[in-house]
Design a protein around this ligand. Structure first.
Ligand code: EAX
Length: 323
């Protein structure tokens, strides 16, 4: 009799322990480098809300913001090792480990949100996200930082000639360094944030979407803004493959869907406010060139295409073909 009870007890514990989907709880440490004011954070917050609700609290998401767990390059490394489980990361610094993503970072290839969405949510976007596992990462979904614009504290920039010699902070990416070299600047890669370096004139300028320029009060230290919209800056919901592979499939699916919903939500929110940020930056007294001579910029970066190899080249060619 005793033996039977023990047997059932053992079987129960065995089943309970092996059926992790119904017993086990998980923690997702999610890293971002920006503050709670930003769209990166709003997306992370939405993701947390959806994941915790749909998993009945069995998956808990902890958001580490403002670079408290390191810069974007470091977050990516921690995701590869499994020390962090998720992040909302700018495409720029991802290109070192997922080179295919360079295709969407090429200057002046997007002129509308319609094209952005059709590429990023279409076949090419999918193909790029599918290359993340090779780097021990999961590419959950694309969301949005926005079109990047140039600011500086030295002079108004209307044509590419005005860029000459400006010391511009760029993201940690060979492509972004190459772009600004081609434009005639003196590019310096630095991790975000960079307010102090701008205030102390270690650098003359930087480039980011209007939301970031406003939320980080860069108008206090940058007089000139040119609406160059030179690069569409995507963000990516990135996961740790090491962690993801330990999850039961229903939870893997849940994370994918939550990242998608949070991304769509964030893009809508972000796009609605672009005009507001431009207005605010005007009110703050920035000198704004709303129609810089984009053709002069385009000509300088065109030759960079020839440096693109492999899938980055294939995807870039396809993007250029699409209207
Ligand atoms: O996600 O480093 C950067 O310039 C990024 O655009 C951003 O502000 C951080």
């Amino acid at each position: 009799m005793k033996k039977t009870v023990l047997f059932f007890l053992f079987m129960f514990l065995f089943l309970f322990a092996s059926n992790s989907a119904f017993a086990k709880t998980y923690i997702i440490n999610l890293g971002i480098v920006t503050t709670p004011k930003t769209f990166h954070y709003k997306a992370a917050e939405k993701f947390k809300e959806i994941v915790e609700q749909k998993s009945n609290g069995n998956i808990k998401v902890i958001i580490h913001h403002s670079g408290s767990v390191g810069n974007e390059t470091s977050i990516l490394q921690q995701l590869q090792m499994g020390a962090l489980q998720a992040g909302v990361i700018t495409a720029g610094p991802i290109d070192k480990i997922v080179p295919a993503i360079k295709a969407i970072e090429f200057p002046f290839i997007f002129d509308s949100y319609k094209k952005v969405d059709s590429i990023l949510d279409g076949k090419i976007g999918r193909a790029i996200l599918d290359e993340f596992p090779k780097a021990n990462l999961i590419g959950f979904h694309f969301l949005e930082n926005g079109f990047r614009n140039l600011t500086n504290s030295v002079r108004p920039v209307h044509t590419v000639k005005d860029v000459k010699g400006l010391k511009i902070r760029v993201m940690n990416s060979q492509l972004h360094i190459a772009i600004w070299k081609a434009l005639g600047a003196n590019p310096t890669p630095m991790p975000w944030p960079i307010y102090t370096q701008l205030a102390q004139h270690v650098i003359d300028g930087q480039e980011n979407p209007l939301a970031v320029i406003y939320q980080y009060k860069l108008y206090e230290v940058q007089k000139y803004l040119s609406l160059t919209r030179h690069v569409y800056s995507a963000l990516v919901f990135v996961g740790s493959k090491k962690f993801y592979d330990t999850l039961p499939t229903n939870y893997q699916k849940l994370l994918l869907e939550a990242a998608e919903d949070a991304s769509i939500y964030e893009r809508g929110l972000n796009r609605k406010q672009v005009a507001f940020f431009l207005d605010e930056l005007k009110k703050k007294g920035m000198v704004i060139d709303e129609h810089p001579d984009i053709q002069s910029f385009k000509k300088k970066v065109e030759p960079l295409k020839s440096r693109f190899k492999g899938s980055a080249r294939t995807y870039l060619d396809e993007i250029l073909k699409q209207k």
